[in-house]
Design a protein around this ligand. Sequence first.
Ligand code: CUA
Length: 317
Amino acid sequence: MGPWPNDPLGPQARSSAEIYWIMFVAAIVVLAIVDGGLIYAGIKFRDRPGHTAKQFHGHNTLELLWTVVPTIMVISFSVLSFQKLNVMNDTSGAGLTVNVQGQQWTWVMNYPKEDRFKLTDGTYLQGAQELHIPVNTKVHIQLSSKDVIHSFWVPNIGGKKDAVPGRNTDLWIQADKPGTYKGQCFEFCGTGHADMLITLVVHTPDDYATWIKGALAEANRLNDPATKKGRETFLSLACVGCHTVQGTVAQGKVGPELTHVASKKSIAGGLLSPVNEENLTRWIHNPPAVKPGTLMPNLNLSDEQIHDIVQWLLTLK
Ligand code: CUA
């Protein structure tokens, strides 16, 4: 960003920047005329010995001027604002439509029901917080909210819009250049409001196809019916309070991260190696028995629960 308060990097943002500059320049001119006149009159007509004020009433030309000119200005700004609103709301001709839902305190991105976004279980690609779009493509954002009012805004790309519970709102975005752009929920929505960030990742068309492939593979891995039960069991238990598995609600920081646990050389601080079904089972079954003094408690899980969890952990490579 340069010295200016805005830095538009897409047509939507440029459209808003135009009206910003028109109003800003008009405001400076009005400020100069009003304050200039005030200072001039203050000096020229100040109280001095030997001068008596002329007594007269009104000045038709002046009064007409300062009524008509501001009226014309306000009407012009209104017309201009409505035109820009029409631009902001015109989602026609979009090359991609993403359904974005705000919730306390994240954004859920639902990609369209197109074959290229389809997962093996028949559902479609979903993301959180990160929105991936192709460059130079008009992207229609269908906004909704699960709970309270949020507001979707990526400043450089423009087009701020509220996400309102119980109804859908629409806007579009488009980026000139590939890159990562920061956005932020712009409506106070509770204690997590400040953390309700948006990361907009803009790809070249080739990169976009590659990204979709990778995201589908990752989602399919997490959704695999063979390990789904284990994942659900893990995520429903106390495990999530201590361990992090990226891409899930497990974000605990007390124990080791398990995002790629199946690729590790050992677990239990090096006591159990390699990381296989037998060792994982033994560990989860009774951690303090394997490693006295470990912070990981024996959760007294059933053999079935342990089996399911281990099957899932083995997919985390
Ligand atoms: Cu969501 Cu502020």
